[in-house]
Design a protein around this ligand. Structure first.
Ligand code: IPE
Length: 253
């Protein structure tokens, strides 16, 4: 089984609120469907998640009042984006089951504590591809938290021991410096402690690229090889799913 995270920057335009990238979603769905094998697909929030979650301060804990509307709104926005991804996968011929994190995950103090990975395993067993996504979730001590698609990736990697994890981004991989020099190739491999720098502006409610890398290292350290590639380049995801060498960065334990 291969775990795929379609990053928010690949499936949405992160600079414009609530703006999907329909062509990229349809093409990525066809690429995923074109390569046989079991997969679990997770997607991020991009401009359907981060803008409003930040506006309502949902990443800062729960203060009641208007935040209740914010929770419903962000969950509704994420389900709308999920509908696009789900629809594209079904049009590409894949039977899929959508499993929102907000319905099944439990956080405590901002950390994912309870998550029924066996539900995903069961769908896989009967030949249905489970899909999930970053979401607003309940938190035992903070009332609510934002669960990122990366939190789900790490948990599924620990519980289900996939063959590998692929992170589909809108850049070629991780670079030694940002912005990358024109024509520069990403680092072929990154290990804990390697010198890397990330794009400065941090508008995400689920943390910086550095946190995402930390979660990827966690996956690698749990025996799941991780690779980051550019999903806006046609064919790259399909080639990676076929096991071909593609431009991108491997995260090594
Ligand atoms: C964010 O999920 C979910 C919400 C803000 C509700 P991610 O953190 O996985 O999203 P991207 O991939 O960074 O956009």
């Amino acid at each position: 089984m291969i775990l795929i995270k379609l990053g928010g920057s690949a499936v949405t335009d992160k600079s414009r609120p609530l703006t999907a990238r329909p062509e990229a979603i349809e093409r990525l769905a066809r690429e995923i469907a074109s390569v046989p094998g079991k997969k679990i697909i997770i997607h991020g929030g991009g401009s359907f998640g981060h803008f409003r979650a930040k506006e309502y301060g949902l990443h800062m804990g729960f203060s009641g009042g208007a935040q209740r509307e914010g929770i419903c709104q962000v969950q509704a926005d994420m389900r709308q984006l999920n509908g696009f991804v789900e629809g594209a996968l079904r049009r590409a011929g894949m039977p899929v089951a959508s499993i929102p994190a907000g319905a099944i995950a439990m956080f405590d103090g901002g950390k994912l504590t309870s998550f029924p990975s066996e539900v995903f395993a069961h769908y896989l067993e009967i030949g249905i591809t489970p899909i999930s996504f970053g979401d607003v979730v309940v938190d035992r001590s903070r009332c609510i938290s934002i669960c990122s698609g990366d939190d789900i990736m790490l948990r599924l990697a620990k519980d289900l021991k996939p063959e590998k994890g692929i992170f589909v981004a809108s850049v070629d991989g991780i670079f030694p410096g940002f912005p990358p020099v024109e024509g520069q190739r990403p680092l072929p491999e990154v290990r804990r402690g390697d010198a890397v720098s990330f794009a400065g502006k941090d508008t995400d409610v689920t943390g910086s690229m550095r946190r995402k890398l930390e979660l990827m290292l966690g996956m690698a350290e749990n025996g799941c090889p991780v690779q980051i590639l550019n999903g806006l380049v046609p064919g790259r995801l399909a080639d990676a799913l076929k096991g071909m060498d593609v431009i991108g960065t491997k995260v090594i334990a």
